[in-house]
Design a protein around this ligand. Sequence first.
Ligand SMILES: [Zn+2]
Length: 194
Amino acid sequence: MDGDFRTEFVREPSALKQHPALVLNADYRPLSYYPLSLWPWQDAVKAAWLDRVAIVAEYDEVVRSPSTEIRIPSVVVLKDYVKPQKRVAFTRFNLFLRDEFHCQYCGAKGDLTFDHVVPRAAGGVTSWENVVAACSKCNLKKGSKSLHRAGMNLRKPPRRPAAEELRNVGRKFPPGYLHDSWIDYLYWDSELDA
Ligand SMILES: [Zn+2]
């Protein structure tokens, strides 16, 4: 819990029977959308005990210690505002997120790989500006040819996304499981069935 909060989120809420707590920043927005900021209940209880968070909503279930009984928090809010990270890490996941999990050549979803726009063989580097999400079919078709020679086009020029931009994309991809008490604090696109 000390230092960087972001590294400790529950990654697969649907796999959890552990009553994770949604963690809100002091401005009542989720600390992170992707991954959604969820703590194991033990961390949420501990943080409340240490007075670092306020409990906003609770599960029906309780945990007991020899001396006390408390309801498990389902939403907690940090007492101190954590400044969002400005710089976006160049990771495979963030790159897919930037490209919204679509092939940047044909728009297909799923079966995604990475493609170097300027092929590595031609001196292309691995960077935000030169790597895009591509389906296997397009990746194969392009091979180590230039865009022009392959006769292919990118849907948008690849570049480093701003942190805010990536956060907004992340909102479109909610995790598979959402507790009722979290919904008020999430701003998923309305057409997504939360
Ligand atoms: Zn494709």
